[in-house]
Design a binder for this molecule. Structure first.
Ligand SMILES: Cc1cc2nc3c(=O)[nH]c(=O)nc-3n(C[C@H](O)[C@H](O)[C@H](O)COP(=O)(O)OP(=O)(O)OC[C@H]3O[C@@H](n4cnc5c(N)ncnc54)[C@H](O)[C@@H]3O)c2cc1C
Length: 496
């Protein structure tokens, strides 16, 4: 935090979700001096609660969002290239049932258009008969099955993508700090000149000065945040649940049309688990407290059971349930599902540039547009950085973790039987990925909290032992960090 007070920056970015981290990386790569502050942790907001898809968004074709789909498909291709360890191709089977809202004809037209927009940069989708559909996904409901289709998008780890972007911004010279809030924009002669900051851990306060301020606080603008966005936006809540994959038996991703309300949703493979989501309902809930309700979970279970009847999923099968809020550009629409996922960039009278809306998939393109505005404000010529070609990571995290574990078998012992996470992952999280709390580690650097019924509470003290020497925690600090962790997971994974 001290580094923030010693200098005048070209640009201050407020918010360390994918949008803010993308802006910081792009600006740093253009040679600007950059500071980024995040009130909690990178990806602790919406960016760590997505469906983890880097996708063209085939369902947006139904709502005529051709520009968004075109941009998303282009970005999918770029991310597959610049972040191959973090963004991987994923096959989707879309079964078609008799009387479905989207029948064979409509689906084949949609897939043809989707493929056309990809300009051959994706595996060809194909229509399938009943037999081939069941070969791909044998546990699907067979009654009234008329066939299906297979198409290709990509999957990511949303928090790791966000953290990797923050680390890359830092590697390119940006000062990137988590657990520090911007509490007020500083203005002189009605022009923004920086922000007042407060450390969440030490309560230390101070001012950071910058020639341009970018507000990337996502849905926090609706939450009484002192940092006012100036852009109209509305929050739509989306819930996911994780259930044991062996119960469902899905091989790849399955696109479903909810039997409850006809919405498009997914059953996604995630290691030993299947993730089912999402819901889409307007909400005024506070983003830091948002969590799944019983009704959300019931909706997801009913929708999944109608596609995978042998799974007989019940409430007790839910390993974890969590919610996020989509920052959607304000709309009069009563239906959040048809509201635009496009982004908006506006500057207020004092010059604060606010960006909202958009998607994880399109963050890189959004960031480039924002930094163009920053350079215009600074009176500079626009010089785009090669964010579309330079790898996001110089070395994959998996290779770095393997190196940390080399020669010490204790560091490669699983923290929880059957899961890949080891003490080496924790050390990597602290040393390389700026983790400062147990929640940073067990929720976002590792996904352990999503993958265990107790959300990692059982291993919290072991994790605290491993990282205490690196983070300077004494016995008292360890106890405090563990109880903070318990409170965090209670809040995030509660179902009520
Ligand atoms: C359920 C769901 C599923 C989704 N699935 C997908 C998907 O599969 N693919 C896809 O492309 N997109 C998806 N999205 C959309 C995508 O997740 C969001 O568009 C994106 O994550 C928004 O990122 P952001 O950085 O704008 O917001 P956030 O990630 O919320 O970041 C804003 C940050 O600002 C910080 N902040 C707030 N106030 C302050 C302050 N005063 N000082 C400092 N920091 C502050 C917050 O702590 C937060 O971390 C999904 C969204 C939801 C809700």
């Amino acid at each position: 935090m001290r580094e923030l007070f010693d200098r005048d920056f070209d640009v201050l970015v407020i918010g360390g979700g994918i949008t803010g981290c993308g802006v910081a990386r792009d600006a740093a790569m253009r040679g600007l001096s950059v500071a980024l502050v995040e009130r909690d942790d990178f990806a602790s907001g919406t960016s760590g609660r997505s469906s983890r898809l880097i996708h063209g968004g085939i369902r947006y074709l139904e709502h005529g969002r051709f520009k968004l789909v075109h941009e998303s498909i282009r970005e999918r291709q770029i991310l597959l290239t610049i972040a191959p360890h973090l963004v991987k191709p994923l096959a989707f089977t879309w079964p078609i049932y008799q009387g479905a809202r989207i029948g064979r004809l409509k689906l084949s037209a949609g897939l043809a258009l989707y493929q056309l927009m990809a300009l051959g940069r994706s595996h060809l989708p194909s229509l399938l008969g009943v037999k081939k559909t069941l070969e791909r996904e044998p546990s699907l409901q067979r009654n009234r099955l008329k066939g299906g289709a297979v198409y290709y998008d990509a999957a990511t780890d949303d928090s790791r993508l966000t953290v990797a972007t923050a680390v890359s911004a830092s590697d390119n010279g940006a000062v990137v700090v988590n657990h520090v809030s911007a509490t007020r924009i500083l203005r002189a002669s009605e022009k923004a000149i920086g922000a007042e900051l407060k450390s969440q851990n030490t309560s230390q306060t101070g001012d950071v000065r910058a020639r341009v301020v970018v507000n990337a606080t996502g849905v926090w603008q609706n939450a009484g945040n002192a940092i006012d966005h100036g852009v109209g936006s509305r929050g739509s809540k989306g819930v996911h649940i994780a259930v044991p994959r062996e119960r469902i038996g899905n091989h790849d991703a399955v696109t479903m049309i909810s039997s409850v309300d006809g919405r498009v949703m997914f059953c996604l493979p995630a290691g030993r688990q299947a993730i089912i989501g999402t819901t889409d309902t307007w909400t005024d809930e506070a983003p830091e407290a948002v969590h799944a309700s019983m009704a959300d979970v019931d909706y997801l279970l009913r929708s999944a059971n109608s596609y995978f009847p042998d799974a007989r999923l019940a409430f007790e099968d839910v390993v974890s349930a969590w919610a996020g809020i989509r920052p959607l550009v304000a709309t009069q629409s009563n239906n959040p599902t048809s509201a635009s996922r496009e982004h908006s960039i506006v500057a207020d009278a004092s010059g604060v540039i606010s960006v909202t809306g958009g998607k994880l998939t399109t963050y890189r393109a959004m960031a480039a547009e924002v930094v163009d505005r920053v350079q215009q404000t600074l009176g500079q010529n626009i010089r785009r950085a090669p964010t579309d070609t330079l790898p996001l990571e110089t070395e994959s995290s998996d290779d770095e973790i393997r190196r940390i574990g080399q020669g010490d078998p204790q560091l490669t012992e699983p923290l929880v039987a059957g899961l890949v996470y080891t003490p080496a992952h924790l050390i990597h999280g602290v040393k390389r990925c700026m983790a400062k709390t147990l929640s940073d580690l067990l929720i976002r650097r590792l996904h352990l909290a999503f993958e265990t019924h107790d959300h990692g509470k059982d291993v919290a003290s072991l994790a605290a032992e491993v990282v205490a020497p690196l983070l300077g925690w004494d016995e008292r600090a360890k106890r405090a960090r563990i109880s903070e962790y318990n409170a965090d997971v209670e809040r995030m994974f509660a179902i009520s």
